[in-house]
Design a protein around this ligand. Structure first.
Ligand code: 0L1
Ligand code: MG
Length: 262
């Protein structure tokens, strides 16, 4: 149940979006408004999205966050969360990412999917699998607007699930040609292996994130439209990066995704 007035939602959306655009950290919103609930938090996130779209930003896709058991346990939660991807978040594969525009970025190896038909929750795994057009390797760069990545679930939902940048690999695959739970990834930072994982780290199967996303969106009477890019959640733990770092993630059968932080 929503607990705050529309003016508070607008004020907090501006507070968090300004922090993102100016690359500066802020204290978490529940320090000022301790009674905010999850619905308030998504109201704030949707208001940030509305502000961007009004200014001409396009929606590039959606993401699921906190989808690994390890991360949920760390946060003491049972439910993953979702956020949106704006067009200007995308950076080309093999390109540079300017750290001056970011606060304290971290990288996560993920599996991305693109849908071919609308998916409306409540739905099940079969419907989600049937709605997927193809699979892509992806790296998400998260950048919480909160000091030292310290937040609670309400605060991080409002902050668009720490969304910041993403890089897609160019090698797409049909779902039937890849076994997503056993698909292995190796993340290298400056030539050294820093993380290993397999798709099953994401709720046992990365497409489970798509089901959850559709079901969470249904609570707001929203759908996943056809042609939507979805980052399904981190397979590996998030790794902190700084200017000078080179990241290379190798995906079994799907090539590499690389980037350099400058
Ligand atoms: O994409 C993610 O799983 C991140 C969700 C937000 C939590 C964080 O910033 O670590
Ligand atoms: Mg992520």
């Amino acid at each position: 149940m929503t607990t705050v007035a529309a003016e508070v939602v607008a004020e907090l959306a501006e507070y968090l979006e300004s922090a993102e655009l100016e690359a500066r950290d802020v204290v978490k919103i529940t320090d000022t408004y301790p009674d905010l609930d999850f619905e308030d938090a998504y109201d704030i996130q949707w208001e940030i999205r509305r502000r961007k779209l009004e200014r001409g930003t396009r929606l590039a896709g959606l993401k699921a966050g906190l989808t690994s058991r390890a991360k949920m346990k760390q946060m003491g939660v049972e439910t993953p969360i979702y956020g949106f991807l704006a067009d200007y978040f995308e950076r080309p594969e093999g390109g540079e990412i300017a750290t001056a525009d970011l606060i304290h970025p971290k990288v996560e190896a993920e599996i991305a999917v693109v849908t071919k038909r609308e998916l409306r929750g409540p739905c099940h795994m079969g419907q989600a699998l049937a709605a997927i057009d193809f699979v892509l390797p992806a790296v998400e760069i998260i950048d919480s607007r909160y000091e030292n990545f310290r937040f609670d679930l309400v605060s991080v939902i409002a902050d668009n699930a720490s969304s910041s940048r993403f890089v897609l690999g160019g090698r797409m695959a049909e779902l039937r040609d890849v076994d997503l739970p056993t698909l292995g990834v190796v993340m290298e930072k400056n030539g050294e292996v820093v993380q290993l994982g397999a798709g099953a780290a994401v709720l046992n199967h990365p497409v489970s994130s798509v089901v959850l996303l559709a079901n969470m969106l249904a609570e707001r009477d929203a759908v996943i439209p056809a042609g939507t890019l979805i980052l399904t959640g981190g397979i590996t733990a998030a790794v902190a990066v700084a200017a000078g770092d080179a990241i290379n993630v190798r995906y079994q059968g799907l090539g590499n995704v690389t980037m350099r932080f400058v």
